[in-house]
Design a protein. Structure first.
Length: 385
């Protein structure tokens, strides 16, 4: 028996889910995207160690850029790590996914409403389905106490080569401006790179003109002359201090509604906002689930994924409470510098969301990164609510 699966939203989570299900001969996938191409205007990066073999196979065709390591820079610390780093651009995701999915992708298709039995399009057309997945991005994420990673990035072409051979994941030697601030650099070619100004802050607001000016000043300080700005992207990504996953799930996945995916389901790293590893794992787990492909079955599976994710990231939420509530904003860069002195395998497990009990002890050992009295006050998640 063949099952009809509708996925609304051609961003990262929706596209990965469509690609994972496309391998099944018993599922007819339709991916609905309101825009003119998949992926919107985004760059998704990840560490090769974030993924297992199946996840690597799923994402490899989408990858636009690969590097054998990356740099970080803080006051008093410059370090090169050998963890391979990957980036997927909107263009590379769109090109590879459409080549694989073909006419299963419907672009320029706006959805008016979704339910467990199908999608109603803006023009009134009704598409029925056995299963419906909603991957149209985050809602207000009820039940979560949040702070934000805000950013503005520009892909620029320079008048001369920039000289970088690998990404700089964090250059925190810049002025902090009352938040944890760093500049993120991805060298796409000899004279083209992404410069992204990023902040860990209490507000989701993105002051675009201010950040554009700071990017220009940063480039000038590095001796780079910008000939052209080819692309610009901005965002405000959630960082979780405390969470009630039951409240989030009740709002995101009503019994008669579609199955939420990606950020909509709260599947992202609480400290970094990285969502790709979790989107990959969820897509593969849903697609490999035995039995009929129905909204009820996928909702039950996704509900289990979300519950497991929230249980597994309790420690990461504590780290965020220590970062935002226990210490002073001007000291945040020293906390992150301390983290980047740790052994590389531990850093890799942290980003992958696979910390061990020994890793957690190691992270908290030694001189406390925040005042002890402040740390004790935020041990409970109730401190952030």
């Amino acid at each position: 028996m063949r099952h009809r699966l509708i996925i609304a939203g051609g961003g990262l989570a929706g596209t990965l889910t469509a690609l994972a299900f496309a391998a099944r001969a018993d599922v007819d996938v339709t991916l609905l995207e309101a825009g003119p191409h998949l992926g919107g205007r985004h760059t998704w990066s990840f560490y090769a160690t974030d993924l297992d073999a199946a996840g690597t196979d799923l994402t490899d065709p989408l990858v636009a850029h690969r590097w054998s390591g990356y740099d970080v820079a803080f006051q008093g610390l410059t370090r090169t790590l050998s963890t391979p780093y990957r980036s997927i651009t909107s263009a590379s995701l769109d090109r590879a996914a459409r080549a694989r999915l073909g006419d299963r992708v419907r672009l320029g298709t706006r959805v008016q409403s979704l339910d467990a039995a199908g999608a109603t399009l803006e023009d009134g057309t009704r598409l029925g389905a056995d299963a419906v997945v909603d991957a149209r991005g985050p809602t207000a994420l009820p039940g979560l106490a949040l702070r934000y990673q805000t950013f503005l990035g520009q892909t620029v072409r320079l008048t001369a080569p920039h000289g970088l051979t690998r990404p700089t994941i964090m250059d925190a030697t810049v002025a902090q401006h009352g938040a944890y601030r760093f500049v993120y650099l991805l060298p796409f070619s000899a004279d083209t790179l992404l410069i992204e100004d990023t902040y860990y802050t209490e507000s989701p607001a993105v002051p675009r003109e201010v950040l554009r000016e700071r990017i220009a000043l940063y480039a000038a300080a590095r001796g780079w002359s910008i000939a052209e700005t080819a692309e610009e992207e901005q965002g405000s990504l959630p960082l979780v201090l405390a969470g009630d996953h039951a409240a989030l799930w009740a709002a995101a996945a009503p019994p008669d509604g579609p199955v939420p995916a990606g950020l909509r389901a709260g599947l992202f790293h609480p400290v970094t906002s990285y969502s790709l590893p979790f989107a990959v794992r969820a897509a593969l787990r849903l697609a490999h689930r035995p039995g009929p492909v129905t909204s009820a079955a996928l909702r039950a599976e996704m509900g289990a994924i979300v519950a497991e994710h929230f249980a597994a990231t309790r420690f990461e939420r504590l780290l965020n409470r220590m970062l935002f509530l226990a210490g002073r904003p001007e000291d945040r860069h020293t906390i992150l510098a301390r983290f980047h002195r740790l052994p590389q395998p531990l850093i890799e497990r942290f980003y992958a969301g696979r910390l061990t009990a020994l890793d957690r002890m190691h992270l908290l050992a030694g001189k406390p990164p925040v005042p002890i009295a402040g740390a004790l006050k935020v041990l409970s998640e109730s401190a952030a609510r």
